[in-house]
Design a protein around this ligand. Sequence first.
Ligand code: ZN
Ligand code: ZN
Length: 351
Amino acid sequence: MRRLPIYFLIDVSESMVGEPIQQVEEGLSQIIQALKADPYAIETVWVSIIVFAGQAKTLVPLQEIINFYPPRFPIGGGTSLSKGLGHLMYELRKNQVKTTYEQKGDWKPIVFLFTDGVPTDDTRAAIAEWKQNWQRTANMVAISFGNETDVHVLKELTENIIHFKNSNAAAYKQFFKWVTDSIKTSSESVEKNASGFELAKIYGDDTLSKVDLTKPIPPQSYMDSNYAVLVGKCQNLNRNYLMKYRRSEEEAKIYGLDINRLSYRLVGAFQVDQTYQELSDESAGPSRINSDELIGNPTCPCCGNQVAFAMCVCGQIHCIGEEHISTCPWCGNKGTYGIGEGGFDVNRAQG
Ligand SMILES: [Zn+2]
Ligand SMILES: [Zn+2]
C-alpha cells in the first residue's frame, strides 16, 4: 500500500505554554483516534510529529497510525522556524520512499505547520531550500495561532495559510476536527487516484479562516509581542518555570497607566521539564522588559512559595518564601528581599 505521510511541524515556543500546548496535545490525540477508525486513513496514513522552539527535534518518527501513541509536548525558548524547517526537510528526505520498478512510492507528503509567533531567527536560507527542493514535492498547510504570526514568512512557504483564532476549548475542538477531516478527505482522494491533497471545507466563521494573500499584509516586528514570558528557577526544587503575561491595552486604562505604553497581565506560571533547556537557543541574547509593565505576581508553580517573581542581583528570577535569607538557584548568591520601589528591567524570553 502506498503511504500518505503526514507531518506535524509544531511550534512549542514559550508563548505556547499553558492552555495552547495542552489543547494541541489533546487535539493530536483526538486526530489519531479518529483516523484509527477511518477505513481509508488507516490503510494509507503515516504520521510524524516534529517540534521546534530555539531548537528542533522529532517527537514521533514517521509511523503507521495503528501503532501511534500520542506524545507529551515539551516547551522550549525561542522560535527558530529555520531550524524547524531544516529538521522537517531532513526527515522528509530520510523517510521518502520513491517509486521504483518493484514498488510504488509515497504519495505527496502533507505538512501541517502550527505556529503562534514570529520567527526569532533568519529564515531565508531554509525558505530558499524549501522552495527549491520541497515546495512541489510536498503540500504544506500553515496554521497561524492567534493574531501575531508572521504571515510574510508563511506565504513564502505555501498558499494555504489558515488563521485560527484559538479563543477557547470549543474553538480548538472545531479546529482539530477540521484537520482530521482534511486528512480523511486527502486519504480518500489518494484511494481514488486523485491528487491526494484536499483540505476540508472551511465554513467562514470567526474561528477558522483562510488568509487572503491578495490583500496587503501589515509589517511585523521581530518579537512575539502578544506575550511576555519570563523564565524563573525554583529556589527549593531547582526546577525551571515560566511566567506568562498577555499584552493588554485595556489594563493600562484601568490601572491609570500611560495608555500608549504596553502592559502585560499575568496568564499563569507553569513548570517546564528538562526538555526546555534542550529545545532553547542558548546563543540568543535576552530582550528586556520593564517590571512596571507586568501586572500580577504568581506563586511558585514548583514549590508553592508565595512569590515566584523575585530578582537576584545576577539578573535572574527565582521564587521566594518566608525564609529570611534566600539563595539564588542560578548564581548561589544569598540575600534578603524587600518590595522593590519602581520598575526594574527583567530579561524576557524570546517566545
Ligand atoms: Zn519554588
Ligand atoms: Zn543570582
